[in-house]
Design a protein around this ligand. Structure first.
Ligand SMILES: [Zn+2]
Ligand SMILES: [Zn+2]
Length: 316
């Protein structure tokens, strides 16, 4: 049997050259991974989030090598990462993201994209327009997650909106929300990152915060308790807090501010890939500052440990 190279996680990361090439199940395509990006979720999985075992990686762009669908064969694709069971009420409502039996690429019971090949259901695959480079396409999945905010919450130009955090998801969310014309402020603690965000929003360093209860809507992208506490202070009464982070170690904070202010809370996860690709195709979103260094998978120790403002990438 053909073997492939990839990064297998089993309590720790192992570089392997003996992984079996994945066999497409019925309705699935075989995709050769070109580029895959390391995401904060990968780092959390490595720290024990979800007790994952298998090949990591869920942000990728690749080429379809085998498919029964002639429109897909040989084409460049990105993929929806949630795979529903196809039978339950959520799947029947076409919301496989919430299928209780779902598998998730590189996150839950489905080998991921830090390997030469993956399989995914054909219906999960989206063709990448020619105008979108591999380096842009590899960010389609997190960009779709940023777009989910505008899918869930109506943001108007009159709104005062804050984004907490200045990492990758914040960078993408900032550009998406800037398109709505709202009065947008990004609050973070990394001056280098904030400088890059100045192009799209007003930026504030944590040390410069000068008022509470100032925002109608607030997107929390910090992934830590401090961000959750601050969100409660900064949101206006009856405002909406959108939570984009997951918390590998849980979070300890007092939600009283949220209760007293009668705040609306919206959990927010994966979003529409077709919309993300369209924004990239129309050059409405810049990803350059997010591009970290490129590594081959055997250099994974460097790839996982080298801190860059964006995402390090694996190329195959
Ligand atoms: Zn991710
Ligand atoms: Zn289902």
């Amino acid at each position: 049997m053909l073997s492939i190279r990839g990064l297998y996680f089993d309590q720790s990361v192992h570089y392997r050259e003996d992984l079996p090439i994945p066999q497409p199940a019925s309705g699935e395509a075989l995709v050769r991974v070109k580029l895959a990006a390391i995401c904060q979720t990968d780092m959390e999985l490595i720290r024990g989030y979800k007790n994952y075992q298998g090949i990591l990686g869920h942000e990728f762009v690749g080429v379809v090598e085998e498919s029964s669908n002639p429109e897909l064969a040989g084409r460049r694709v990105v993929g929806e990462i949630n795979i529903g069971c196809g039978q339950c009420s959520w799947c029947k409502k076409e919301v496989p993201n919430h299928c209780p039996y779902r598998r998730v690429l590189g996150i839950l019971n489905k080998d991921g994209a830090f390997a030469e090949y993956i399989t995914l259901p054909e219906e999960n695959l989206h063709l990448v327009p020619d105008q979108v480079t591999d380096e842009e396409a590899v960010f389609a999945e997190p960009l779709a997650a940023a777009l989910e905010v505008t899918n869930q919450v109506h943001i108007c130009p009159a709104d005062q909106v804050a984004i907490l955090g200045d990492g990758k998801l914040s960078y993408l969310t900032t550009q998406v929300l800037a398109l709505t014309g709202c009065a947008l402020t990004v609050i973070g603690k990394h001056r280098v990152n904030l400088e890059q965000l100045q192009e799209y929003a007003q930026v504030l360093h944590l040390d410069e915060l000068n008022g509470f209860s100032c925002y109608d809507k607030l997107v929390e992208c910090t992934g830590n308790d401090q961000g959750l506490r601050l969100a409660g202070k900064l949101i206006k009464p009856r405002g909406t807090i959108i939570l984009k982070s997951t918390y590998a170690g849980g979070a300890k904070f007092n939600p009283s501010d949220w209760v007293v202010k009668e705040v609306n809370l919206v959990g927010s996860r994966c979003g529409p890939l077709d919309g993300a690709l369209r924004l990239l195709e129309n050059k409405l979103i810049q990803v350059h500052p997010l591009l970290g260094k490129r590594y081959t998978p055997d250099d994974y120790l460097f790839a996982f440990s080298m801190e860059t403002p964006g995402s390090n990438l694996f190329s195959f």
